[in-house]
Write a protein that binds this ligand. Structure first.
Ligand SMILES: Cc1cc2nc3c(=O)[nH]c(=O)nc-3n(C[C@H](O)[C@H](O)[C@H](O)COP(=O)(O)O)c2cc1C
Length: 214
């Protein structure tokens, strides 16, 4: 079993990385193989909305995002970590989320991954991160575990948040135990319900098309 952690902070060795590493330590203590991925040293570009991936299953943008997702796709469990920036996740986290469209378009391959979220803020905004990631998980049919957050501003000071550090380690452990449950969405629900309704009933979800039948 593999558990990967992706750190969406531009600050190398920062508070988010420390917490995500702690979660991976917790997973490792339960016997999981672990991998820490960071975005601070990567070229990450925004989705340009070309929608070609809906036909090709691939993203045409040449940067480090496909390699990051190649690693994440090999994991059974994923810890998504981000600092709080303006009451939500970092732009890099959001770019990664947006760029996942090609995976969604190509057999929904993130489905059934067991995921946890870690966020670190100086004061307010952790809940905004949770809001973002819970919708991301839902669309991809990933399974969500607990949301863990910490409070720190200066680099490294998260270690003083005893609750956060303990919670991070427990999150890693929880993810391993959840992976062992071998949870799977039913085969008939291989895609999110908003796409399922289109496929099964021919009713488009898109407001500008025929959602209202007129
Ligand atoms: C651009 C920017 C925006 C931020 N916005 C918030 C915020 O809305 N709420 C908050 O609690 N902390 C905010 N912070 C503080 C960071 O979340 C905090 O310093 C965190 O520990 C950084 O984590 P890192 O070391 O992993 O990068 C912000 C920091 C930056 C640089």
């Amino acid at each position: 079993m593999k558990v990967a952690g992706i750190v969406c902070s531009p600050r190398k060795g920062g508070n988010t990385e420390i917490m995500v590493q702690e979660a991976l330590n917790g997973a490792k203590a339960q016997g999981a193989e672990t991998e820490l991925l960071t975005i601070c040293d990567k070229d990450i570009r925004p989705c340009d909305g070309c929608l070609a991936c809906l036909k090709t299953g691939k993203c045409h943008i040449k940067d480090d995002v496909p390699a990051i997702y190649d690693s994440l796709l090999q994991a059974d469990g994923i810890v998504w970590g981000t600092p709080v920036y303006f009451f939500s996740a970092t732009a890099q986290a959001k770019m990664l989320i947006d760029r996942s469209y090609y995976i969604y378009a190509n057999n929904n391959r993130l489905a059934n991954k067991v995921c946890g979220v870690i966020s670190v803020g100086a004061s307010l905004g952790n809940a905004g991160v949770w809001n973002l990631f819970s919708t991301f998980f839902s669309v991809h049919h990933m399974f969500s575990t607990d949301f863990v957050y910490g409070y720190a501003r200066d680099k490294g000071t998260i270690r003083r948040d005893r609750h956060a550090m303990k919670a991070a380690a427990e999150l890693g452990r929880q993810i391993v135990l959840m992976v062992r449950q071998n949870l799977r969405y039913p085969e008939e629900y291989d895609i999110a319900i908003y796409r399922f309704v289109k496929r099964e009933y021919g009713i488009d979800n898109c407001v500008s098309r025929d959602r209202f039948g007129d």
